[in-house]
Design a protein around this ligand. Structure first.
Ligand SMILES: [Zn+2]
Length: 191
């Protein structure tokens, strides 16, 4: 998908897909909705207590808001820093950051990508922020660091149910969560 844009696809249960940081340093917002009922979707806040971590390791699963497994992380070919604490960027976020006028957002990318799949009126869940490096210190302070992923770094997920998957190349250019500018991502389906 182009820099700052999004793309969605249907992934059949049992199939895998790879999220690739093509040029490196780019945050990818990942969303997944069950095909049977798009009111059920991947939910970091339901996943964290199940795995006892901020982001799954290979072999661990992502749960939905109904606490059902939807994705398994199969491989993590990256430095392994991913965030599950930050909401998707949206128009209000950019307004609060002082942007005057329109600015692309992960929320917009999600809605456009789902509409392209023929699915409208979906929630904007909290995403899995792949390659986004947010650290929590002992006092609970959050620090965002520029993504340290290199060109070609990637994660492989397996769909555990038929689902719609959307990946957004996060267009956030006010806070330095991506490094080296906003760049393209790729999503590759496999078996
Ligand atoms: Zn974003």
């Amino acid at each position: 998908m182009p820099a700052g844009g999004g793309r969605g696809l249907m992934v059949a249960a049992g199939s895998t897909f790879r999220v690739v940081d093509v040029e490196g340093g780019q945050v990818a917002d990942l969303f997944a909705f069950t095909a049977d009922d798009v009111d059920e979707y991947a939910s970091p806040s339901h996943t964290r207590p199940a795995i006892g971590r901020l982001f799954p390791r290979p072999g661990q699963t992502v749960l939905t808001n109904l606490r059902q497994p939807i994705l398994e992380l199969v491989e993590d070919n990256s430095p392994g820093h991913h965030d599950t604490l930050y909401a998707a960027c949206d128009a209000a976020r950019y307004r609060l950051l002082g942007v005057d006028g329109p600015h692309r957002s992960c929320a917009q990318n999600l809605l456009e990508s789902m509409a392209a799949l023929g699915v409208g009126d979906v929630a904007i869940p909290q995403p899995l922020n792949v390659f986004m490096d947010v650290r929590v210190d002992a006092d609970g302070e959050l620090t965002t660091r520029p993504a340290s992923s290199a060109a070609g770094d990637n994660l492989v997920f397996r769909a555990l149910v038929d689902c719609y998957v959307v990946v957004s190349s996060c267009p956030m250019d006010i806070i330095a969560i991506s490094s080296g500018g906003i760049t393209p991502l790729a999503i590759e389906t496999e078996r």
